[in-house]
Design a protein around this ligand. Sequence first.
Ligand code: UD1
Length: 417
Amino acid sequence: MSKLLIDGGRVLGGEAKVQGSKNSALPILAASLLAKNESVFFGCPRLSDVDSSVKILRYLGCKVAQDGHTLTVNSSTLGIDDIPEPLMRLMRSSIIYAGALLASVGSARLTFPGGCELGPRPIDLHLSSLKKLGAEITERHGELIFKAPKGLKGSKISLSFPSVGATENIIIAASKAKGTTIITNAAREPEITDLADYLNSCGAHIEGAGEGTIVIEGREHFYGCCHSIIPDRIVAATLMSASAVTGSEIILDSVIKSHLDAIIPCFEQAGCDVKFDKQKMKINSPKRLKSLGLIRTTPYPGFPTDAQAPLMAVAAVGEGITVFSENIFESRYKHVGEFIRLGADIKVEGKVALVQGVKKLYSAPLCAKDLRGSAALAVAALSAEGTTEIDTTEYLERGYEELDVVLSNLGASVKKI
Ligand code: UD1
């Protein structure tokens, strides 16, 4: 078990490059099963969730090579259709292999996926959508068996909620189905567009990714290609939060402004000045922040649930009251109890968290309980007086590439032990 030791109160400065997006890389790596030769991915973040994907791909028979941030997957040797439970449990994204295996080998034997405990995380939309594409699914003793003996066929699928993962599963499966698939109320996240861009470069025909209606014409043959993973908008929001709580000016390289359209106004409301020059962002934060007003998490293009915890660290030291309304996951306030140990004034009632900003936070031993929450604790510790010890940083490593090094390079005192 690793821990972070953060000595708070330092002003940050300098430039940090934002890593490639975890939530793009994971479904894209699953989709690489369709291309029966080599795909090369640039800007692939070095994370334990990516390592888990590599383990799954290798187990399935693919050849995977990693050189820094370049990852090469050769799926020509894909041989089997099952993923054992220990691999399925490593992350939530393992469920995307249902669509990818159905499309590439016509069957899949999986178990329920793992991932952060954010309340119940059902997969009903994944299963009902794959059934609509012609998959036969049986569930027995926790095992999920998918079969498409006659191949998948295009269908009209209307999602009751724009689930990111279900949309990805459908896109991948439908890319190789016979005929046309139309998804309505599809997720519109930038990671969906990135997945569609990759598959289109491999020979798929996907239109409308990034919009509520996506049309996919099934294709038979897919050829590997080179693809650059988009920058991680949640990591960008986390580093912006680090600037905010320390009253610092920092520059972030590799940022796509439109992906942060729902986040930037929150920082501006807190008194931060945010400027862009192409893919670089400069954020200059005041010594005393203001409150952030009302933040409601909603599907993209709304405010992302993944940025709720890091921005709560900002609200915790902003003058006045910030109200959070968490509308995506049931149990996404696990960081609140830890913030309170630092002296934050936060009350939670159902999906609402009321944050009364305090002047100062004070160090305390903390325990991370999920991925984004652990990054938020690190951000809060940057502003706290004294040395904060944060337990269980394995969570952090699932989604943040060497956050300790990134923050240290910006002038923070962060040690991983
Ligand atoms: C993805 C992201 C995660 C992010 C989330 C919401 C990845 C690897 N993870 O997760 O970081 O927080 O989107 O932006 O990309 N739901 C159902 N039934 C289903 C599927 C989902 O009820 O079959 C519900 C979930 O319980 C949740 C909501 O829909 O309440 C959103 O889930 P979804 O968009 O599917 O999130 P993930 O793809 O799991």
